[in-house]
Design a protein around this ligand. Structure first.
Ligand SMILES: [Zn+2]
Ligand SMILES: [Zn+2]
Length: 348
């Protein structure tokens, strides 16, 4: 398909982005061209937009931003076999090598040579995006685009929360950005006995309650570990899901998790974190798990099944905006007073 399209581009090193007319990409032999119906802004996009230290070390402009999407296939590469034009799809944004030890042993989400759509190659904050056939996920037509585009971050939370059976167990989620909010909803859907959610922004704690948190804690007003320990009879929670990246939250959660419990760490700290390993981890017999990406595609099957059934993420979708409104969208993201912001390149 020849022509121009709207695209939100990180043009150069530095804060901000520009909405430009870009060439519609041409699919290579194993790619398809996807018409984007909805995309969502990720914390990663905010790092790139603000151009913090991490973004400056990771991203090489120019690149079209965005990696969370749902859309329709409009063109096929010559060697594409499985899909057809008109298919309704979402996209796994990690392009994995297929050759390394991890890829060949079913752990492609921690591939040692991966690249990411919207960071390393052009992304989906545009009318069209080129995607390798191997990265496509077929969507249930009953799931609307504004929800289907969220499967990437919901998958992060699924991987963090459902690594072990949590039915009838207690959970603490620190950091109620969208992945934290999804984690609360997933724990609820999986039958967790009681979910505690902590965040310094009350707006997000309100969303956490809507997603199923029975107790919310604002660390600016209350000691998180003390509140959780008191409510659990001094025992602590079975699962601590850390989604904020703040050092204090990590210490709070390690104190609040019970001996023998599990800590799933997903939030990225800005700086190095100093742990008292002996007392915070070793003597408590805690399992510390780093969580990144989604299992390809085991997590996608779980995520899609949850969305088709017991998981309602609609409270997390707080803003629906056109691509042209990107500056306002990123301003709201920076304020923290939001759940997920959906961007529509076409009609809302
Ligand atoms: Zn994301
Ligand atoms: Zn690999």
């Amino acid at each position: 398909m020849k022509g121009k399209m709207k695209a939100l581009v990180k043009e150069k090193a530095g804060p901000g982005a520009a909405l430009i007319k870009a060439d519609i990409p041409e699919p290579g032999p194993h790619d398809v061209l996807v018409k984007v119906l909805a995309s969502s802004i990720c914390g990663t996009d905010l790092h790139v937009y603000n151009w913090d230290r991490w973004a400056a070390s990771r991203v090489k402009p120019p690149v079209i931003m965005g990696h969370e999407m749902a859309g329709e296939i409009v063109e096929l590469g010559a060697a594409v076999k499985r899909c057809r034009t008109g298919d309704y799809v979402s996209v796994e944004c990690h392009q994995t090598c297929g050759q390394c030890y991890q890829c060949r042993t079913g752990q492609a989400h921690i591939c040692t040579r991966y690249s990411i759509i919207g960071l390393d190659t052009d992304g989906c904050f545009a009318e069209y995006v080129r995607v390798p056939e191997a990265n496509l996920w077929p969507n249930d037509p009953l799931i609307p685009p504004e929800t289907a585009c969220l499967q990437d971050p919901i998958g992060n939370a699924v991987l963090a929360v459902l690594a072990e059976n949590i039915t009838g167990k207690t959970v603490l989620v620190t950091g109620c950005g969208s992945i934290g909010l999804f984690a609360v909803g997933i724990a609820r859907a999986a039958g967790a006995a009681k979910i505690y959610a902590a965040d310094i922004i009350d707006y997000r704690l309100n969303l956490a309650r809507q997603m199923g948190a029975a107790a919310t804690i604002n660390p600016l007003r209350e000691n998180v570990a003390a509140a959780v320990l008191e409510d659990t009879g001094g025992c602590g929670v079975d699962l601590f899901a850390e989604m904020s990246g703040h050092e204090q939250s990590i210490h709070d959660g390690l104190k609040a998790v019970k001996n023998g419990g599990r800590a799933a760490l997903l939030g990225l700290p800005q700086d190095k974190v100093c742990l008292d390993l002996a007392n915070e981890v070793i003597f408590k017999g805690i399992t510390l798990a780093g969580i990144t990406g989604r299992e390809i595609y085991a997590t996608w099957y779980k995520t899609a099944a949850l969305l088709s059934g017991v998981l309602d993420v609609s409270p997390v979708i707080t803003h629906r905006m056109n691509l042209e409104e990107f500056e306002e969208a990123f301003r709201i993201m920076n304020s923290g007073a939001c759940g997920k912001i959906i961007l529509f390149p076409g009609e809302k």
